[in-house]
Design a protein around this ligand. Structure first.
Ligand code: C2O
Ligand code: CU
Length: 428
């Protein structure tokens, strides 16, 4: 924090090598280190600034996924940072506590840069909800988990060859925070796991061995209204969930991903629909520190459908949204500052897609006319699109207008994004 009260972060995107397996060092990218990046953390009301330096041999950008901020600070494809250059966005944190993340967004190069390791968590705190009773000691009972799959070649390198797979490369090795076969020691009765699907294409269906129940307490954009008991939670690329697990002294369990439900896709096995993985072993100490009781009321929000003044439709098919591929020089939608809108989003073909909107958090009003399940009823910025179902999303575009600099909406399967499944909107 500098003299004027601004919280300053330094991120340098760089290349390097990282030892993951005995087969040899893998060529990777990272922020500050050689793989992934530091967890950034700031509180609501704080002013933040980031010195983003590009030490790669190619252009990059850093996008603050889930953040509400001016378009010029968003780090999308219009804020590329040239090799050797530094970019310094600043903004004021003005949204509820949440698990956000950051990653590159250069048009056409996002999949490769994220896959190589450019990604990190951005945790937001909110003094107003600090009394939730949730475990909150970082690295002790509050653990960020960046989950990714990788395809290693025999000499320990990563291949982005997808062999024509429509959704991009799926790896047979999974890692958590860059570690294969990770183990977490637990020293408290309850542990909060901040799950991020940091994969470029794979969809995970998180749960624990023996179908053990846990509490879902937050989704992409912040806390749910109340803790929700579940035995699984599915996340597509870019989505997050915070879950709380209780363990008995000396107990062991395994965070797993079991077969995801991709909906009516053709040949679901080709898209990981039959895959399951062990991800992280959790080992409880023989004596556990007591954890606080989670508050039964975590947040309050109610979507106001009456307030919506505009309805827009988005159809995803092939690599297009509404029949068009991304064009850096075309603004696809113009939104009025302060407007509440309903976006009806539908994937028309039989391949997996999801949908992410910059700047805002939305709520799902309905999926094919039915109320969304409770774990999809909270604040979200990314949602899986089960094929041929219509997702009605409601959101408000507050605070930041800029007629010249657009925000993005796109499929967060990064091959699709790179190949043009993206559009631009301005808020004016
Ligand atoms: Cu996480 Cu436009 O991206
Ligand atoms: Cu897609």
């Amino acid at each position: 924090v500098d003299a004027s009260g601004t919280r300053i972060f330094d991120l340098t995107a760089r290349g390097g090598t990282t030892e993951f397996t005995a087969a040899g060092a893998t060529e990777t990218m990272g922020y500050n280190g050689t793989f992934l990046g530091p967890t950034l953390r700031a509180a609501r009301g704080e002013k933040v600034a980031v010195n983003v330096t590009n030490s790669l041999a190619e252009a990059t950008s850093v996008h603050w996924h889930g953040m509400h901020l001016p378009a010029a600070m968003d780090g999308g494809p219009h804020q590329e940072v040239a090799p050797g250059a530094t970019w310094r966005p600043e903004w004021i944190i003005d949204q509820p506590a949440a698990t956000l993340w950051y990653h590159p967004h250069p048009h056409g190069r996002t999949e490769e840069q994220v896959y190589r390791g450019l990604a990190g968590m951005f945790i937001l705190d909110d003094p107003d909800t600090a009394s939730s009773g949730l475990p909150g000691t970082y690295g002790v009972d509050d653990i960020p988990l960046i989950v990714q799959d990788k395809q290693f070649t025999a000499d320990g390198q990563w291949s982005l060859k997808n062999d024509g797979n429509e959704i991009g490369v799926l790896g047979s090795t999974t890692m958590v925070n860059g570690s294969i076969g990770a183990v977490q020691q637990v020293t408290t009765e309850q542990v909060r796991l901040r799950l991020l699907n940091g994969s470029t294409a794979r969809i995970y269906n998180f749960g624990f061995a023996n179908d053990r129940p846990f509490q879902v307490v937050a989704t992409d954009g912040g806390l749910l209204q109340a803790p929700l008991e579940r035995r699984n939670i599915q996340l597509s690329p870019g989505e997050r969930a915070e879950i709380v697990l209780s363990l008995a002294p000396g107990e062991e369990t395994m965070l797993r991903s079991s077969k995801p439900d991709l909906g009516a896709v053709a040949a679901s096995f080709a898209f990981g629909g039959e895959d399951s993985f062990d991800l992280l072993k959790l080992q409880a100490a023989p004596v556990l520190q007591p954890s606080a009781k989670i508050s039964p009321r975590l947040a309050t929000f109610a979507p106001d459908e009456e307030a919506a003044s505009v309805t827009r439709s988005f159809t995803l098919a092939g690599r297009e949204i509404n029949g068009r591929k991304m064009d850096m020089d075309r603004i696809d939608q113009t939104v009025a500052l302060g407007a509440t809108e309903i976006w009806e989003v539908r994937s028309r073909n039989s391949f997996p897609h999801n949908f992410h909107i910059h700047d805002v958090q939305f709520q799902i009003l309905s999926i094919d006319g039915a109320e969304p399940p409770e774990h999809l009823a909270g604040r979200k910025d990314t949602v899986y699109l089960s094929p041929r179902k219509t997702y009605r999303l409601i959101m408000s575009f507050e605070d930041y207008a800029d007629p010249d600099v657009p925000f993005m909406y796109h499929c967060h399967l990064l091959l699709h994004e790179d190949e043009g499944m993206m559009g631009q909107f301005t808020v004016t």
